[in-house]
Design a protein around this ligand. Structure first.
Ligand code: FMN
Length: 184
């Protein structure tokens, strides 16, 4: 399988990003115990574009963590592009990951995270804007849909690919399932 960055393994083991957990020491331990690729917790593109210092502290990583992706979320393509440009220049990770999976109300109410899945044109616009703002590989994290009625992971994945996503992670639940129930 071809990944858009070096993984060191044909079938790499990815550390799932977890807000409040996936900090540098934790990621380093996981790399040591066998994770091939790690990703930061989700970071607000609005905050990055505003230059919030604490977010740049949160995004710091050790060279030993590579390959590492910084994960951004936001619902405004222009702001996402600006944040992608800044993270590329300042943090220099191995790839950028876009979060279209977060189900939390605070994020979704501003159309961020899995909120974007209700509007696949918006998903495409965000991916295209981020691709054109960075020289790094751009990957995405999705859920299988907003709810059972709109569950269509293959269409979402194909739209992401068409817009330029270079790899995709599926959290195989809908947004309304949050974090429980059977992953399908
Ligand atoms: C506490 C917690 C925080 C999470 N934070 C993120 C995050 O910041 N970005 C992301 O893409 N996924 C996040 N996830 C989702 C996980 O990466 C993963 O996709 C999900 O937990 C898989 O389902 P499972 O826990 O049933 O195995 C989080 C999950 C948990 C439990």
């Amino acid at each position: 399988m071809d990944f858009p960055y070096r993984t060191g393994s044909e079938c790499p083991l990815f550390l799932a990003p977890m807000a409040g957990v996936s900090e540098s020491p934790f990621r380093l331990l996981c790399r040591r115990f066998g994770a091939d690729v790690v990703v930061s917790e989700f970071i607000s593109a609005v905050g990055v574009a505003r230059g919030l210092e604490h977010l740049f502290q949160d995004m710091r990583f050790e060279e030993a963590e590579r390959p590492i992706g910084i994960q951004l979320y936001g619902a405004d393509a222009t702001v996402m592009a600006r944040a992608a440009e800044m993270v590329t220049a300042v943090m220099r990770p191995d790839f950028l990951d876009i979060n279209f999976g977060c189900p939390v109300k605070k994020v979704v109410k501003n159309n961020g995270g899995s909120g974007c899945l209700k509007d696949l044109d918006l998903v495409e616009r965000i991916i295209r804007a981020v691709r054109s703002a960075t020289s790094l590989p751009v990957t995405v994290k999705i859920r299988s849909g907003w709810d059972d009625a709109q569950r269509d992971p293959v269409t979402i994945a194909l739209r992401c690919r068409d817009a330029g996503a270079q790899a995709l992670t599926l959290h195989a639940r809908t947004r309304t399932q949050m974090f429980s129930g059977t992953a399908n």
